[in-house]
Design a protein around this ligand. Structure first.
Ligand code: RVP
Length: 487
């Protein structure tokens, strides 16, 4: 009987063999298509966790070429407005700008500025014609909140451009006329869209952003099952979400699968990610129920106690390999979720066949993660918690673990913990190291792109002694490296 038990491996159990290579790290291609319309420039997702991905993180990750999955421990309105924030953050050409009517009060303009973090609006009449532009420069502190915006808007000598104006022409026009917004109007003077100078500058600053066909950053958001979740999905789709993620600790369960089929039937055009799973059968079940992407990982997360509390799970390398093989047969993608501690783990996950990876821990200590810095013993930290921790479940994630959020805390059975992480600076620093490590790994393997990485990968197993040898040993680290934390 014992002999029949299959063995499963974790990332740290293996290494990749170096192969013949004429590939330089800087020349490799790390782009992937996660699902139709969801083209990533780097194979990275940030976790749908309330200490990891809100609007700011989602924008930051998309600017680096990945996609952030906005968590759902908040109201539908809050989550949808975070998606909108991502979609509006830098779109180059904004085809449906937020507008005001001439009679809207100044207070409404302030409200919208705060909500969308934008600095001004075109003002249009009921017939859609552009009447003026109002920006925060027009609305100084002494602007009366009750007065109509027409009192303060600029309407004389408006700088506008015709339909079809390209990005560079728009930039030059705005520079020449020293304006920050360039409304695009048709022959009848109707507003068709708008460029903003800030957006164009950001496009130049983040050339590797992951974008949709309209040039807007990609966004993803989590939903659960149960009351109101179909409405939540609809609100997120209305807000422009590119990828819906059904977030569960056990994706291979009837309730999740049936719900996935309903979501797919309601929103066939929106890419759907379902998880989490750890077996090939589960991948097939998810795909049978509408998944375009299957998320893999039962128990590898840094804050996760599922395997300890329930005795269930699969070491992540094996889970990824089995899932990726099944997914490849069905022509869908997989995301290796959880347990990525170093960039080398990312290389191993992708070499094992995952289309992309998802991280929580590595991004939770950054500037863009939700929450304040905590000072302890002279060092800076940020809080990180599992969605199966008691605190997070009370805040709304109990359904991920098939528990009732109304239960008394002492009745809940947590599958996660909370803790502090060292502060890690901006997201761009972390992703720079991760992708840099990936590129170097591909160079060693001799893989020009991620498909080749999976094809050429040859793993060897390492013993505990091998793992010890792989890690830093026999010295006290004095100057920490930005991509290596001991133990
Ligand atoms: P990590 O990057 O190792 O911190 O793992 C993050 C992943 O862990 C998440 O994307 C999610 O799948 C899983 N998770 C989140 N909460 C919990 C838990 O409380 N058990 N697990």
């Amino acid at each position: 009987m014992v002999a029949d038990i299959p063995q499963a491996l974790a990332y740290d159990d293996v290494l990749l063999l170096p192969g013949p290579s004429s590939v330089l790290p800087r020349d490799v291609d790390v782009a992937v298509e996660l699902a139709q319309g969801v083209n990533l420039r780097v194979p990275l997702l940030s976790a749908a966790m309330d200490k990891v991905t809100e609007g700011e993180m989602a924008v930051a990750v998309a600017r680096q070429g990945g996609i952030g999955v906005i968590h759902k421990n908040c109201t539908v309105e809050e989550q949808a407005s975070m998606v909108e924030r991502v979609k509006r953050s830098e779109s180059g050409f904004i085809s449906g700008p937020v507008t005001l009517g001439p009679d809207d009060p100044v207070s409404r303009s302030h409200e919208l500025m705060r909500r969308y973090r934008i600095s001004g609006f075109p003002v249009v009449g009921t017939d859609g014609r552009l009447l003026g532009v109002v920006t925060n420069r027009d609305l100084r502190d002494d602007a009366d909140p009750a007065k109509p915006v027409s009192t303060y808007m600029t309407s004389e000598g408006l700088v506008t451009a015709a339909v079809g104006t390209d990005l560079e022409t728009a930039r030059k026009l705005m520079q020449t006329h020293r304006v920050e917004k360039l409304p695009i109007v048709d022959d009848d003077g109707r507003l068709v869209g708008m460029f903003t100078f800030k957006d164009i500058e950001k496009i130049r600053a983040y050339p590797n952003s992951a974008k949709d066909l309209k040039g807007r950053l990609l966004s993803a958001a989590a939903i659960g099952v149960g009351d109101g979740m179909l409405d939540r999905a609809a609100a997120l789709v209305d807000a422009g979400v590119d990828l819906l993620a059904i977030d569960s600790a056990h994706g291979h369960s009837t309730g999740i699968l049936e719900f996935a089929a309903k979501v797919k039937a309601s929103h066939p055009e929106t890419a759907l990610m379902v998880g989490n799973v750890a077996t090939a059968d589960a991948v097939r079940a998810c795909v049978d129920h509408g998944a375009d992407v299957v998320k893999v990982g039962v128990g590898p997360g840094s804050i996760c106690t599922t395997r300890i509390v329930t005795g269930v799970g699969v070491p992540q390398l094996t889970a990824v390999m089995e899932a990726a093989e099944a997914a490849a047969d069905l022509d869908v993608s997989t995301v290796a979720d959880g347990g990525i501690r170093f960039s080398g783990d990312m290389v191993k996950a992708l070499a094992a066949g995952a289309t992309a990876i998802m991280v929580g821990n590595l991004l939770a200590g950054t500037d863009e993660s939700p929450g304040e810095l905590v000072l302890a013993g002279g060092r800076r930290y940020k809080e990180y918690r599992g969605m199966g921790s008691l605190d997070a479940m009370r805040a709304g994630s109990a359904d991920r673990y098939f528990q009732d959020s109304g239960s008394k805390p002492e009745k809940m059975v947590p599958e996660g913990v909370s803790g502090l992480l060292p502060y890690r600076g901006p997201v761009a620093d972390v992703t720079g190291q991760l992708i840099g490590g990936l590129r170097s790994g591909m160079g060693y393997v001799g893989a020009q792109n991620l498909v080749e990485l999976a094809e050429k990968a040859r793993f060897v197993r390492q013993t505990a002694a091998g793992s010890r040898e792989s890690h830093v040993h026999d010295l006290d680290v004095v100057h920490e490296a930005p991509n290596y934390q001991p133990g």
